[in-house]
Design a protein around this ligand. Structure first.
Ligand code: FE2
Length: 367
């Protein structure tokens, strides 16, 4: 059974009230009556009605004021105004203020019923639209929550995946380092140093991660250099140097087809290039050399000079700084050298300490 429709009839003329109440009750509506605006508002506040039929010309509060009050307290209510022939202008004004329609006295009940039905039909459509909108908004809100939850899941998955890649690459770089006993922790150190300088130069992810991976894997191609050359205690012959100098290209080939290392691979290929074009394998100059490789060249010198060698003790940080500054503009990119020199010794010592702790405990942390 559909909900009954409640109609309030407000008129100071009892005959009209009774006529309307009877006529509309016959059509199946639940009717109530009020003799003036104040009485009507009281009933509105306690019961609520779907539709109000109100006279315009009433003592105390007139129909227009009454209409405005109803629209304020129950905006959903439809209102039909009753007017004398002379008052059509006021009836039109009422419609501007939100009345659904108006009836001119004298009226017949058929006319009243049609007008009431039309107003209720309009109300039904408005309510349906409103319900639809509410459902839609609720659905959108629900989907938004669902979507942000999924987003967080994907981000979390991505982070875990990145961490797995990172630890795998770090393990690989450490394994490569151990082949050459002189360079324990070298790859992890230069990778961390490279990131420090890159950050100082304003590099952010994803480029930062690519640069880190490139520095970490820079010597992966040494896997293709025979032990007899790689671990030779004495000086290399010119022929042996030819072999040794193949390692950037070997590394580049090894990493071919690994999508997530595509940018890192360029650093691997270019890590032995020099700013003035005197490096290898391609003799690139200046900005032709990828930024990661230009940074790597500087920090590789820092690491080489500040690490112990079988033939000499580690040199001081200051000695490394002096040497790097001396080669600014020739071997090294001056912008990189500036960023490098801007980082205080304490910060370098701290990075070094952290990396070596990681190497020693085999708990390879991310940068
Ligand atoms: Fe190298």
């Amino acid at each position: 059974m559909p909900e009954p429709i409640h109609i309030l009839i407000v008129d100071d003329d009892q005959a009209i009230r009774d006529l309307l109440a009877e006529g509309l009750s016959d059509s199946g509506y639940c009717c109530d009556t009020a003799c003036d605006g104040a009485d009507g508002l009281r009933k509105m506040q306690s019961n609520g009605f779907d539709l109000v039929v109100s006279d315009i010309d009433m003592p105390e509060m007139d129909g227009v004021q009454f209409l405005q009050e109803i629209k304020r307290i129950r905006p959903d209510t439809e209102i039909i105004m009753l007017t004398g022939v002379v008052d059509v202008e006021t009836a039109i004004q009422s419609m501007r203020l939100g009345a659904a329609d108006y009836l001119t006295k004298p009226f017949n009940l058929v006319e009243v019923r049609i007008t009431v039905e039309r107003a209720l039909e309009k109300q039904r459509l408005v309510r349906e639209k409103w319900e639809y909108q509410k459902t839609l908004e609720a659905k959108v809100a629900e989907r938004t929550i669902e979507l942000s939850r999924k987003n967080r899941e994907v981000e979390d998955l991505f982070d875990r995946l990145k961490f797995s890649y990172q630890t795998t690459l770090e393990a690989l770089a450490t394994a490569l380092d151990t082949r050459d006993t002189e360079t324990l922790g070298h790859s992890l150190r230069v990778a961390a140093y490279t990131v420090a300088v890159a950050r100082r130069m304003g590099v952010t992810d994803p480029e930062l991660t690519d640069i880190y991976r490139g520095a970490l894997l820079h010597d992966v191609g040494k896997i293709g250099v025979p032990d007899a050359i790689l671990r030779k205690p004495g000086k290399l012959t010119p022929e042996e140097w030819v072999e040794m100098r193949k390692h950037p290209e070997i590394g580049y080939r090894i990493l071919q087809g690994i999508n997530f290392l595509e940018a890192a691979r360029e650093v691997v290929l270019s890590h032995q290039e020099a700013y003035d074009g005197s490096g290898y394998p391609r003799g690139l100059k200046g900005k032709e050399i990828p930024l990661g490789a230009r940074i790597f060249a500087v920090v590789d010198t820092l690491d080489a000079m500040t690490s112990d060698r079988p033939y000499r003790r580690a040199l001081t940080q200051q000695a490394a700084r002096d040497e790097i500054l001396k080669c600014s503009g020739t071997q090294f990119d001056p912008e990189v050298v500036k960023a490098f020199l801007d980082i205080p010794n304490d910060e370098w010592n701290e990075i070094h300490r952290k990396v070596m702790q990681d190497v020693m405990t085999r708990n390879l942390a991310r940068f």
